[in-house]
Design a protein around this ligand. Structure first.
Ligand code: 5AD
Length: 343
């Protein structure tokens, strides 16, 4: 096994079956995590980059079987922030020090490319010192180009799984893995700092599909990778499915760090939801980003991707001081700066 870890450290190609071995081996976790921390620290020191997350619409035209915001979920309470509310939310975040923001939403036809263009221009004109990340799903190349021109710096679009059969288990037609991957390659081509990522333990996943994820990540070379455990939502077809494993999620975070020490790796809200200490454990496995929630409290509970999603814990932006002091106590340096990917 140590031989495979050495291969990974030396940047050699790793085959599908070798990835499967790495992913399924519990016995090397301690070694893996300490190597992962060492690699992270060589690039980013003990910094943890904080990004203010604004969940600005819970409308979604997709029907992903795992997600509480899926179109068929009639019980989901839908909301849209007004344009001035989005700006005010960013303003509030900027006041408490954030210089990196993530605008996330379902695939909501109301927010056309023209409308998003206007919103982004507005934000960038008002706060030219801040980095802006979009996470609004699959769009055409023209739309991605125009949003880049409006000032978006980064784009998060998890591929969810790199196995096309598994992708079909999670996503009904007309979604397709092919289109998802094309979007990701387009984002890279247009010069976005691009984020891919997957859920761990989603129904139909296996060590094999996760190995495929690692091979896809090696090929795409994204600047960011979001990895979190699958957590069932009571109003979805996957309500009775098992939650994804926290320790397996941590192992994948560590392996991703070793694959590319420069990568921006969030310790996700899903990790913090599945395990009280999950976000700290994520950092100990090599993550270096946390995304505190800035979404106005009166709608925050409506952005329910999965059951028990945390809304007012240490990850909430109102509790920023608590988060900062906890990170400090654990020996980390919380940073509210843009936090760009270091080449
Ligand atoms: N459990 C865990 N993560 C989920 N996401 C959506 N639904 C769930 C769920 N039930 C993740 C997806 C998506 C991101 C915004 O949230 O990976 O890309």
């Amino acid at each position: 096994m140590n031989e495979l870890i050495s291969k990974l450290l030396e940047n050699e190609d790793i085959s599908l079956s070798e990835w499967e071995m790495l992913i399924s081996d519990e016995s090397s976790d301690e070694l893996l995590f300490s190597l992962s921390r060492e690699k992270r620290e060589a690039v980013y020191g003990r910094s943890v980059f904080l990004r203010g997350l604004v969940e600005f619409t819970s409308f979604c035209s997709n029907d992903c079987r795992y997600c509480g915001l899926r179109r068929s979920n009639r019980n989901a309470e839908r909301y849209r922030l007004r344009e001035d509310e989005i700006l005010q939310t960013i303003e509030k975040g900027h006041e408490i020090g954030f210089r990196s923001f993530v605008l996330q939403g379902g695939e909501d036809p109301y927010f056309t490319t023209e409308r998003m263009y206007r919103i982004l221009k507005d934000i960038k004109n008002t706060f030219p010192d801040s980095a802006l990340t979009l996470s609004i799903g699959e769009l055409s190349e023209d739309s991605y180009r125009s949003l880049k021109e409006a000032g978006a710096d980064r784009y998060l679009l998890r591929h969810e799984t790199a196995d096309s059969e598994h992708y079909r288990v999670l996503h009904p037609e007309p979604m397709s893995l092919e289109n998802r991957m094309n979007c990701l390659y387009t984002l890279k081509k247009l010069g976005y700092q691009t984020g891919a990522g997957m859920m761990v333990g989603s129904p139909g996943s296996s060590f094999r599909t996760l190995a495929e994820d690692m091979i896809f990540i090696s090929k795409l070379k994204p600047e960011m990778v979001g990895i979190g455990p699958f957590i069932p939502h009571h109003d979805t077809p996957f309500r009775a499915e098992k939650r994804g494993s926290v320790s397996l999620t941590l192992r994948l975070i560590a392996l991703t760090r070793l694959l590319n020490p420069h990568i921006m790796l969030p310790s996700t809200t899903a990790l913090g939801t599945a395990d009280e200490e999950g976000q700290l454990k994520g950092l100990e496995a090599g993550a270096n980003v946390i995304m505190p929630n800035l979404t106005p409290l009166y709608v925050r509970k409506k952005y329910l991707l999965y059951d028990n999603k945390k809304i007012s814990g240490d990850e909430a932006a109102e509790n920023l001081e608590i988060l900062k002091s906890e990170l400090g106590e654990a020996g980390y340096i919380p940073l509210l700066t843009r936090g760009d990917y270091i080449l």
